[in-house]
Design a protein around this ligand. Structure first.
Ligand code: C2O
Ligand code: CU
Length: 463
């Protein structure tokens, strides 16, 4: 078995600077920076003014970070924002100290300060990075980007397209971002939902394609709260990975593909629409279908028909095979509008729901609101954990576990694909299992970011 240390060692061997004597090392180039700053971009149609955003390197989405599996990412995060921030590498099974959770794995980086992120990417796949301090605001203002880790043998496709889906809450006159990030309604209901849909920061993204072209589409849901329900039109497709992790067998996309906030899906699609026609990535909403991304077919490609894609090569360290002797814990989620929460503990004190509302807090995990000093689960490295989650609320929640991927445990005991975020609808009970193989303090929270900041946050300790 290859351990995390082995990966670190491999990464170090590949980085020549570390082997150099001290004097020479000082002369080696500094980490490349990743600077969070205010900027303005043309988000709404050209008849509107530009929108003031916060972006990494002033871009929205931030620069696409791409590296080979096993390579090392080194970035010096520079904070040029008016508030403290940090960067989380969502889905990456890395050293806890690099996880970027302000207040848990590092102090928030104050304005004018910087923080060096340095880790080896153990797993190939589609990941993303985003701000992890005051995330409801910072992610809604645009602080995110794609993080792509390439397989050593990539699949045979003609193109690789990263599609980051988001919705923005904009003032309909000025096209500026609605600055009410603590809205009581958003926090107690479905979260902050936007009125302006975009892909890669573009309202109606359109990509020219050729008939029979085979593309890898890397879908990332970066929205604060929106669940994207997607379908393909004029394209045949297979899901080959979820949340970065390859599926054992590519699954044909037959009907809707559901992506909760934080979730990703890698699709391999073949354009079937004819030249002159449009293929689409379609967004389904209340029975309506709208185009999320249009693919005008401009010509024919040389290849005509190809066999179904092979599975992507598996990532290392996927050892959850059984649940014998698993440490079993239950997580009851309560609260929100139309919920069943009467009282809960907030900052060590029992509060009525009315008092919680006054504190703008709405959700509890096992009767406690928000982060405490006590982890939900405290396990030793190597233990197996089974977590039974009951969503006793009227809203969906996208529960994201940092630093570890889990598998859903079916009612028959079968194990689902590896994921880092599970989308749970109201009233559902679902179980997940994972091998606690990565030591550290790992956040476990709802990725509907208004929910996370109004109670839905806990952590898991692996020592
Ligand atoms: Cu993508 Cu704790 O976050
Ligand atoms: Cu939630």
């Amino acid at each position: 078995m290859t351990t995390r240390r082995d990966f670190l060692m491999q990464g170090m061997a590949a980085t020549a600077t570390l082997a150099l004597p001290r004097q020479l090392r000082a002369a080696a180039p500094e980490f490349q920076s990743l600077e969070a700053r205010a900027a303005s971009v043309q988000l709404a149609p050209a008849s509107y003014p530009e929108t003031e955003i916060w972006g990494y390197d002033g871009k929205m989405p931030g620069p696409e970070l791409r590296l080979a599996q096993g390579a090392r990412l080194q970035r010096s995060f520079v904070n040029r924002l008016p508030q403290a921030s940090s960067v989380h590498w969502h889905g990456m099974r890395i050293d806890n100290a690099m996880d970027g959770v302000a207040g848990l794995t590092q102090p928030a980086v104050e304005p004018g300060q910087n923080f060096d992120y340095d880790f080896v990417a153990p797993d190939a796949g589609t990941y993303w990075y985003h701000a992890h301090n005051r995330s409801t605001e910072q992610v809604a203002r645009g602080l995110y980007g794609a993080l792509i880790v390439e397989e050593s043998t990539p699949p045979d496709v003609d193109r690789d397209e990263v599609l980051i889906l988001d919705d923005w809450l904009l003032n309909p006159e000025t096209a500026q971002i609605d600055p009410d990030f603590t809205s009581l309604h958003d926090r107690s209901h479905a979260g902050r939902r936007g009125n302006f849909i975009a892909t890669n920061g573009i309202h109606h993204l359109s990509l020219d394609v050729r008939q029979h072209e085979r593309m890898r589409l890397r879908l990332v849901n970066a929205a604060n709260a929106r669940i994207f329900v997607l379908a393909l039109k004029g394209m045949d497709g297979w899901t080959v990975a979820l949340d970065g992790m390859p599926l054992a067998r590519p699954e044909p996309v037959t009907d809707a593909l559901i992506l909760g906030p934080g979730q990703r899906a890698d699709l391999i699609v073949d354009v079937t629409a004819a030249p002159g026609e449009l293929a689409h990535l379609v967004r389904l909403e209340n029975e309506d279908a709208s185009s999320q991304v249009a693919f005008p077919v401009t010509a024919k490609a040389s290849a005509t028909h190809r066999a179904a894609p092979d599975p992507l090569p598996p990532n290392p360290r996927m050892e959850l095979t059984g649940l014998d002797g698993a440490r079993t814990t239950r997580l009851d989620m309560q609260g929100g509008a139309m919920g069943t929460l009467d009282t809960a503990i907030l900052n060590g004190e029992k509060k009525s729901f009315r008092e919680l509302v006054e504190a703008n807090q709405f959700w509890s995990f096992n009767g406690t609101v928000g982060m405490t000093d006590v982890p939900l689960i405290d396990v030793s490295q190597g233990e197996t954990v089974k977590l039974q989650i009951y969503n006793d609320t009227s809203f969906p929640h996208a529960m994201h576990l940092h630093g570890l991927h889990f598998r859903e445990i079916g009612e028959d005991g079968g194990l689902g694909p590896l994921r880092d975020t599970i989308l749970m609808f109201g009233g559902q009970t679902r179980s997940i299992g994972f091998a606690a193989d990565n030591p550290g303090d790992w956040l476990f929270h709802c990725h509907m970011l208004s929910h996370a900041s109004s109670g839905m946050m806990t952590w898991i300790k692996v020592t």
